[in-house]
Design a protein around this ligand. Structure first.
Ligand code: NAD
Length: 473
């Protein structure tokens, strides 16, 4: 049984002052596997003070020193890759292949940040000015439960590269993964206070981080609803805020697409991470004339996807992360049926043979209209809505007909045409015939999917502020 009751502050694991105790549940078995005591506002204040003390020294480190720190962090998380993977399987129900990938990806975040910093001019001459890129100051990094290690490490890598000390608040729903990642990062041996990690409720620890005057930069990943609260809370102290938020992404299959490759990609775009992915392609737009063919291909491919024990490398879809998630997905499947969509795969309830655990049936609807809830709202589970279009114009209109704009996918043989369509899609990233990300390219959303970009140069610059020094000749 896990018993987690410490925060990581100033380089040490210290008992939290908060008193709220929550259970940690394995979503595949519904067994209680431990407890965690949440930090409170006072703990957050201590963490912010530690980061602030560290900031003046850390902010003055050289590029070479920070690159060395990033290399140490890279090695440390790589050395803990198996524990990171296993904690995501045990607490979150992430399937083996994905958690294995994430456990490698996190070390890549530090390697990429080191490379980006290496190539980045922190000082340059502009006209008669010397422009120096300085760390913004202490950063708060707030993460969701559906991608704990990935979000924490990608944000931390940019903060370290820029020279910003940070306070990290993972989701209170991920205590085990947060503890494991904190231990891994601690093993890098960086000076205390440069990063601090604590778990707590959003309205408590999260709010303290969003309002505290010593936090200069706030990097948030989570829902649009919370992002709006944070942006409002942060405005009084004019924090530099970036928000990576909710998605409702479209995958457009063009009429020339080879369905044998396009449909598996589209389904994986929708069901990756058991559908609990901000970038999930949850609306599949297909030419009306090819609908029957698409239905056949979707049913055939979906039948090959095994739902089951996340530890089993053959499982493609694991349990959802919590009972709340299970109920949320059931609600949306019911809404789809009530509002007139037609099931072609899955449906309500658990898959046959899986009576325990928060497993849902991967579900695909057709006859979905843009007004239905399942077409408009983020479901955050393996539920795909197929919609038809009659022209390229209409496909673009449907794809853009959402308040969100995180990702889009185009599946086509004619790459030039796919590129033309990509240029008209309102999304931070458009993927053509692939679903694996480019980790050096900027990542983020347009419209209500967010503000700001992570990764690469733009990710680094989001933690830097330009100072212009202009002197008489
Ligand atoms: P959430 O918004 O409920 O919580 C995210 C984090 O914010 C948690 O750590 C939570 O404790 C904290 N929080 C909650 N209220 C707060 C407040 N008032 N002040 C400060 N912090 C507060 O989101 P979630 O349910 O954990 O995550 C799922 C959502 O995140 C989905 O909408 C998903 O699309 C989105 N997401 C987006 C991206 C992206 O890169 N765009 C990546 C992953 C997840």
């Amino acid at each position: 049984m896990w018993n987690i009751k410490e925060a990581y502050i100033d380089g040490n694991f210290v008992p939290v002052q908060g008193t709220e105790i929550i259970e940690i549940i394995n979503p595949a078995t519904e067994a209680v596997i431990g407890t965690a005591t949440l930090a409170n506002r006072d703990d957050a204040k201590l963490a912010i003070a530690a980061a602030r003390r560290a900031q003046s020294g850390f902010g003055n480190t050289s590029k070479a020193e920070r690159i060395e720190m990033l290399r140490q962090l890279q090695a440390a998380v790589l050395g803990s890759a198996e524990r990171i993977r296993d904690s995501a399987i045990e607490e979150y129900g992430g399937v083996f292949a994905r958690t294995q990938w994430v456990s490698q990806y996190v070390s890549q975040c530090f390697a990429n940040a080191a490379q980006t910093l290496e190539d980045y001019p922190l000082s340059r001459t502009v006209g008669t000015a010397q422009v120096v890129m300085e760390p913004v100051g202490v950063a708060a990094l707030i993460a969701p439960w559906n991608s704990v290690a990935g979000t924490v490490c990608s944000k931390l890598a940019c903060a370290i590269a820029a020279g910003c000390a940070s306070v990290i608040k993972p989701s209170e729903l991920s205590p085990l993964q947060s503890r494991v990642i904190a231990e891994a990062l601690h093993s890098a041996g960086l000076p205390g206070g440069i990063f601090n990690i604590l778990l707590g409720r959003g309205h408590d620890v999260g709010d303290e981080l969003s309002t505290h005057p010593d936090i200069a930069r706030l990097s948030f990943t989570g829902s649009t609803a919370t992002g709006k609260l944070i942006a409002r809370a942060a405005v009084d102290s004019i924090k530099r805020v970036s928000l990576a938020l909710t998605g409702k992404s479209a995958s457009i299959v063009l009429d020339d697409a080879d369905l044998a490759t396009a449909i598996p990609l589209a389904i994986n775009a929708a069901f990756n991470n058991s559908g609990q992915a901000c970038i999930a392609g949850t609306r599949l737009l297909v030419p009306r004339a090819r609908l029957d063919e698409v239905i056949g291909a979707v049913q055939a491919y979906a039948a090959t996807l095994r739902v089951g024990d996340p530890r089993d490398p053959d499982s493609a879809i694991g349990p959802l992360a919590s009972l709340a998630q299970y109920e949320r997905v059931q609600h949306y499947i019911e809404r789809g049926l009530v509002q007139g969509a037609r099931l072609i795969v899955g449906g309500e309830g658990r898959p046959a043979g899986l009576e325990k655990g928060y497993f849902v049936r991967p579900t695909v609807f057709v006859d979905v209209s843009p007004q239905m809830d399942i077409a408009r709202e983020e479901i955050f589970g393996p539920v795909l809505s197929i919609m038809t279009y009659d022209s390229e114009e209409q496909a673009i209109e449907i794809a853009n007909g959402t308040v969100y704009g995180l990702h889009a996918y185009v599946l086509a043989r004619d790459l030039e045409r796919a590129g033309r369509i990509a240029s008209r899609l309102e999304a931070g990233t458009v993927m053509i015939n692939r679903i694996n990300p480019e980790l050096l390219a900027p990542f983020g959303g347009v419209k209500q999917s967010g503000i700001g970009r992570e990764f690469g140069v733009l990710g680094l610059e989001s933690f830097l502020e330009a100072k212009s020094i202009v002197s008489a000749q």
